[in-house]
Design a binder for this molecule. Structure first.
Ligand code: GAL
Length: 329
């Protein structure tokens, strides 16, 4: 009786104040490292992710993680970059035990690009085959007619025979797309041009540098390419580095660490995954990193930070809370 009385009072209080009980409040800023909730109040589960801006909406694709399991690829949508609506799983694990994407394998660092010629959305990711740990080192490809999926798994391979682990995709101004990937047991960072349909690798495949780097995140400003990478220490954070080039095929020049301020030497306890241009703002790019929690991977946090420029070189500085208002134009 006392229990139901309490419930009644609680419901009444909720309705009197006009507040929905389980809808989280609208987000109006980024809080790097906090727990980020989606528009339904669930913790966002999209790690090692990447964004795609498509017809006025941003889509965030990322690894769905259990405590340690890799459970497929989640997708969220947002108009403002702060409030993310869950759109379900873009690519789920296959229930066919013979599939390359069956349970017990890994799908990491998914990235999606749109091909205007074929009108298909194309997802690439780092695939590890079921039961083989990190030994397969392959690129996986999936396709959909709809941005949120479900994506249909196509195939996996090693580009031109090279191992392929941490990766990103990049579409240049002329519509050519590229896969940037850690090869040769992560000692080499390579770049390969994709075929016109974005589904395969061409033989235009080059070594960028051999510095034992991973977690590549790439962007372009004023004809200059900027590539931020991490070192190779598993889930543990390390120092980031920045390379620049005027051609994707190099030469790439090592500039140094673009992170600035306290904890910069460990990328603020994070690891790069993507750099997203902000629509409608000039020279506005968001540096996106994961703060991994290897004891509970789904609880890994998101570090989104604004990129500023000093002498035309990108700088990423820690801030506890910020908005896209940091860019005036
Ligand atoms: C990191 C890599 C992650 C994940 C992890 C596993 O170096 O960037 O994506 O593969 O290793 O230990």
């Amino acid at each position: 009786m006392r229990f139901s009385m309490f419930l009644f009072t609680a419901c009444l209080a909720g309705s009197l104040t006009g507040q929905a009980q389980d809808v989280p409040k609208k987000q109006a800023e980024f809080k790097p490292g906090d727990v980020w909730l989606d528009t339904k109040g669930e913790v966002i589960n999209a790690h090692g992710g990447g964004l795609l801006y498509d017809k006025g909406t941003y889509y965030w694709f990322g690894e769905k993680r259990g405590q340690s399991a890799s459970e497929g690829v989640n997708v969220y949508s947002s108009k403002d970059l702060y409030n993310w609506k869950p759109e379900g799983m873009a690519l789920a694990k296959s229930t066919d035990p013979g599939s390359e994407i069956a349970a017990n394998g890994l799908m990491e660092r998914p990235k999606v690009i749109y091909n205007p010629k074929t009108k298909k959305y194309v997802m690439w990711f780092h695939l590890e085959l079921p039961g083989q740990g990190y030994n397969a080192a392959r690129a996986g490809v999936a396709v959909s007619d709809k941005v949120t999926g479900p994506y249909t798994y196509q195939k996996s391979f090693r580009p031109n025979g090279h191992m392929s682990r941490d990766m990103t995709l990049y579409v240049d101004d002329d519509g050519s797309a590229y896969h940037v990937y850690s090869a040769r047991d992560n000692y080499d960072l390579r770049l390969v041009k994709l075929t016109d349909d974005y589904l395969s690798a061409t033989t235009q495949d080059t070594l960028l540098f051999s510095n034992h780097r991973e977690a590549p995140a790439l962007f372009k400003k004023d004809g200059q390419y900027f590539l931020i990478t991490s070192g190779c220490t598993g889930w543990a954070p390390n120092r980031a580095s920045l390379h620049t080039a005027t051609s994707l095929f190099g030469p790439w020049k090592l500039v140094g660490d673009p992170m600035k301020g306290p904890m910069a030497d460990k990328t603020f306890d994070g690891q790069s995954t993507y750099i997203q241009p902000v629509q409608g703002k000039k020279d506005a790019f968001i540096f996106i990193a994961d703060r991994w929690n290897p004891k509970d991977l789904k609880d890994s946090r998101y570090l989104w930070l604004p990129i500023s420029f000093t002498n035309n070189q990108p700088v990423v500085e820690w801030t506890d809370a910020w908005t896209t208002g940091v860019w005036k134009k």
